[in-house]
Design a protein around this ligand. Structure first.
Ligand code: ZN
Ligand code: ZN
Length: 190
């Protein structure tokens, strides 16, 4: 009996998939289902949605006319559900971090954020091509930030999802997947 319980414990431990909660804050223009399904499929994680806060006005910096990503992430820590490995926020506001003109996303352990603000090919997303581009960029950045949360650093391979995007062209060029090296590192961290 004791051995059986032990084996069940070991099995559950080995088979446990990570649970990522997503919260879309002030973000209307994206196809949530398409994005979340793709992230779930690529990373083989469990994805849930959660309402957190209504807006990110508290992080607004008037001088820069941008929103502080780290302020938002500190605040978001209070909203991480007990069963979550990561709480991931998706916003539609221009984010910044000290030392950068803007950022696409950021990871701080069990909280991450991505902004779709600079991923829109035009102000009004109408055509299928525009929707596709917005989705691709968002998915790549989500996977990149989750890669950081799982312990991965940046990668020098320009087609690896862990490559640092200096501008959106870098994001378009890279793939949604980890290169072989990063994939191996990831296995060791899990
Ligand atoms: Zn990064
Ligand atoms: Zn890589």
């Amino acid at each position: 009996m004791v051995i059986l319980i032990f084996l069940i414990f070991v099995y559950n431990f080995c088979m446990s998939t990570q649970t990522i909660y997503f919260s879309f804050v002030d973000c209307e223009d994206v196809d949530r289902t398409a994005i979340l399904n793709e992230v779930e499929e690529i990373l083989k994680v469990d994805i849930k949605e959660k309402e957190t806060f209504k807006n990110i006005d508290f992080a607004y910096n008037k001088k820069r006319n941008q929103y502080s990503a780290s302020k938002i992430l500190v605040f978001a820590k209070k909203f991480v559900p007990q069963d979550a490995d990561v709480l991931f926020l998706v916003v539609d506001k221009d984010l910044y971090e000290e030392g950068y003109n803007y950022i696409f996303g950021q990871s701080a352990g069990n909280v991450c954020i991505v902004s779709i603000y600079r991923f829109k090919p035009c102000t009004k997303i109408d055509t299928e091509k525009e929707k596709f581009l917005l989705k691709e960029r968002t998915v790549k950045t989500i996977i990149h930030e989750l890669g950081h949360s799982f312990g991965l650093p940046h990668c020098s391979n320009p087609s690896c999802v862990m490559f640092f995007s200096n501008w959106v062209g870098d994001t378009d060029r890279k793939s949604k997947c980890f290169c072989e090296k990063c994939e191996k590192k990831l296995e060791n961290y899990k």
